[in-house]
Design a protein around this ligand. Structure first.
Ligand code: DGJ
Length: 729
């Protein structure tokens, strides 16, 4: 099994796939980090670890160099007791002091994987997929206890970690840092990935070399955010898609997070990942406990491509849940970019009838069907169908869409309230706000206080009532502003800073109740596009609307960045109108379809405004989707040309699990006269098998296609796409 404890050296070795992670209990109880990387055979690695030496600051009689707190490579370092680097945990004691130094108490090796109290997490499909190590540590002076959980996958290079902190003392404690995990790396020779961005420009790829001092990726916005994804990778300087060591870190959490890397005076690197300590505090009365979100750690010896494929495998089978996890998703048309707020039932039925004629399978009614809502300044919170606007009841509309031959989906933005709404007028204290202080509005709206049971219950009751009232097959769950004045009228002052996380716990509770009440409904999450594209949302909803930017060329970068951690089948992608509504760019219709194939595939435009040529191409696009969907959803993704490194083209490919078929997709951004040929080298094929590249009429061995590659066929005009089908002979 993947977890072994060596009594002699008091070391733990976690063998995840073909990687190892080694820790050692030191004589005075510190749990030292020893190694994480390609598989090793030994348990006791201490002889290979040069003592870090340095400032000899230790507890009385504990100043041997290896135990010096400020240079110890430590599994879960506390602040305030001689380690001056970024801590994993800090706690304020009732007497106003703050020092944590956790020492080993006991450990257990558990079969399977325990659930995380109130939080989404990776799960197992069978008990033998993984086992879990739980190490209990305690600071006997302040009474803080920590149980460090490591779930180790047998077949994948994956270790998931979380920590349960509790108060074993007899006076209260207040946590200020409560990170999920700390990982120490013995050098600083890495580059660090940030998936940064903004609204309509999410998950742009940026690699920067680690420098001395601290560097952090974070969100303080109350959700995981457009600006920075809760994901990073540290990679060897020479690493690329196919080679080099890479360490991936992803947090299963949708709220404010921090990933901080600190290169210290000895050039070692500490990475902590977890809830953002900014404005966070959590009071633990004696006997109370706090569970951190889960961090998913992935090791790859073969570049970022392999790291991503490991995340994809894990998230596809061990994070996404429910009836839709493994199923082909319906081809939908969403009315947002077709009508915005201006629609009624007749308009939607017309769209459905046009869509049915070309093979689209579902109509999604977006924002504007409830309360009093013809724009974005009123109605949020009033989850009652506006029959006057629609011209009929919801059940009648759904029936008419059904008669047209389409399933029906609906949009909600449950967490929000407009001041101009009946809900706000009835319950002004139900939103996050600070008494006697102006409320910051975002898109004319406020955030409901989801830490409150009565607010959670209102949302569950309202949404369930709507979903029960008609035959609804799909829900788009939107969320269009960040949290400010994060204060709950229901929390006592000494628990005020718990609101950020209590909001998330309430939110997850609502999601669990609603999604489990409607197991057949396909849920898609959204936050002004991709502002909450994180693993926690994927636990409840197997796909996420990737960006409000539907421009195919911009999407090349957004989807490329998203694929670093998240599987293709989770990426919401639609064909939209041209000129594009976010950029004004004109892109060929087939290119728009080919880029949307790199995701769940659907439409978001007024079919009535397409010219005949475009309309006819929908059927070709849908044929292509039907032909390749299994390969795209079920195959392995290989990124071939990065749009961040090459401004003229992007290319990627999928290879089926049995290596019998593959699809290569390229988008050539700009043409030029006497065009310089660009060669691509394929990946993931069997070197010794013969493959036919259908469109080139070439049959060659996998090794030739991968080592020499071929020139991308020339195209005529900007933004053209090329699809190449590859079949094993
Ligand atoms: C933001 C979403 O990302 C859009 O797709 C759309 O649903 C609007 N909200 C509706 O207000």
């Amino acid at each position: 099994m993947p977890i072994t404890f060596d009594e002699k050296s008091r070391s733990f070795k976690l063998d995840a796939g073909v990687s190892s992670y080694v820790m050692q209990i030191l004589p005075r109880g510190q749990v030292a980090h020893r190694y994480w990387g390609a598989a090793v055979s030994d348990f006791d690695l201490s002889a290979l670890l040069e003592s870090n030496g340095g400032e000899s600051l230790g507890l009385d009689g504990e100043n041997t160099l290896d135990e010096t707190p400020d240079s110890l490579l430590c599994e879960y370092p506390g602040g305030g007791a001689g380690d001056f680097r970024v801590p994993a945990v800090t706690a304020l004691a009732a007497d106003g002091s703050s020092a944590v130094d956790l020492r080993y108490v006991s450990h257990q090796i558990l079969p399977g994987k325990p659930a995380l109290e109130g939080l989404p997490a990776v799960y197992l499909n069978s008990g033998d997929e993984a086992e879990t190590l739980a190490i209990t540590l305690e600071d006997k002076y302040c009474g803080l206890r920590a149980v460090l959980y490591y779930t180790v996958f047998a077949e994948l290079n994956v270790i998931t970690r979380h920590t349960v902190l509790s108060n074993a003392g007899d006076a209260s404690l207040s946590l200020n840092y409560a990170m999920s995990a700390c990982v120490e790396l013995p050098t600083h020779d890495y580059k660090m990935l940030g998936l940064y961005g903004a609204w309509a420009r999410e998950r742009q790829v940026e690699w920067l070399p680690l420098r001395r001092g601290t560097q952090s990726l974070q969100s303080r916005r109350g959700y995981s955010s457009h600006q920075m994804n809760p994901f990073t990778a540290l990679a060897a300087p020479n690493a690329d898609e196919i080679q080099g060591e890479v360490y991936g870190f992803n947090l299963v959490y949708s709220g404010s997070f921090l990933i901080e890397a600190e290169v210290d005076q000895k050039d070692t690197t500490r990475v902590v990942i977890g809830i953002n300590p900014y404005d966070f505090a959590w009071k633990l009365e004696p006997g109370e406990r706090f569970t951190t979100p889960e961090a998913v750690l992935v090791y790859s010896a073969n570049g970022y491509g392999e790291m991503s494929r490991t995340y994809h495998k894990l998230y596809t089978k061990n994070l996404c849940r429910g009836a839709w996890r493994d199923k082909r998703r319906p081809i939908l048309i969403n009315n947002w970019e077709a009508t915005y707020f201006k629609f009624n039932a007749d308009r939607l039925v017309k769209l459905a009838e046009q869509a049915a004629g070309v093979g689209i399978e579902m109509l999604v009614m977006d924002d504007g069907w409830f309360g009093k809502r013809d724009g974005d300044s009123s109605g949020l919170g009033d989850w009652f169908v506006n029959e006057e606007k629609l011209g009929c009841s919801l059940a009648e509309l759904v029936e008419r869409v059904d008669d047209a031959g389409l399933k029906f989906g609906i949009w909600f933005e449950p967490e929000m309230v407009n001041p101009d709404s009946d809900l706000f007028r009835a319950h002004p204290d139900w939103c996050l706000s600070i008494p006697n202080r102006p409320k910051t509005l975002g898109r004319h709206q406020l955030v409901l206080d989801l830490s409150r049971k009565e607010v959670q219950d209102y949302l569950v009751e309202r949404l369930c009532a709507i979903l029960e009232s008609a035959d609804i097959s799909y829900v788009k769950w939107d969320c269009n502003r960040y949290l400010s004045e994060a204060h709950s009228a229901a929390l006592p002052a000494d628990r005020g800073r718990e609101i950020w996380h209590r909001y998330m716990l309430g939110f997850y509770d609502v999601l669990e109740r609603i999604t489990s009440a409607f197991p057949k409904v396909l849920f898609e999450s959204c936050a002004s596009g991709g502002g909450r594209f994180d693993p926690a949302m994927l636990y409840y909803m197997p796909q996420t609307w990737t960006s409000d930017n539907t421009d195919a060329i911009d999407r090349l970068k957004i989807q490329y960045g998203t694929s670093f951690a998240y599987p293709i089948r989770t990426i919401g992608a639609h064909v939209s109108a041209t000129p594009n509504h976010q950029t004004g760019r004109n892109t060929p219709f087939m290119t728009r379809g080919d880029v949307a194939l790199q995701g769940t595939f659907g439409y978001e435009l007024d079919l009535g405004k397409l010219d005949e040529g475009e309309f006819d191409q929908i059927e070709d696009q849908i044929d292509r989707y039907q032909e390749y969907q299994k390969l795209i959803f079920g195959g392995d993704l290989y990124r071939l040309i990065s749009p961040f490194e090459d401004s003229t083209q992007a290319a990627w490919m999928y290879v089926s699990a049995d290596k019998k078929s593959a699809l290569v997709q390229c988008v050539m951004q700009h043409t030029s006269g006497n065009h310089v040929p660009r060669r691509i080298r394929l990946q993931g094929l069997e070197p010794q098998s013969l493959y036919k590249v259908e469109e080139l009429g070439v049959t060659l061995h996998g090794d030739s296609l991968m080592n020499l590659g071929f020139v991308i066929p020339e195209v005529w005009g900007d933004h053209q796409s090329v699809c190449l089908t590859i079949k094993r002979k």
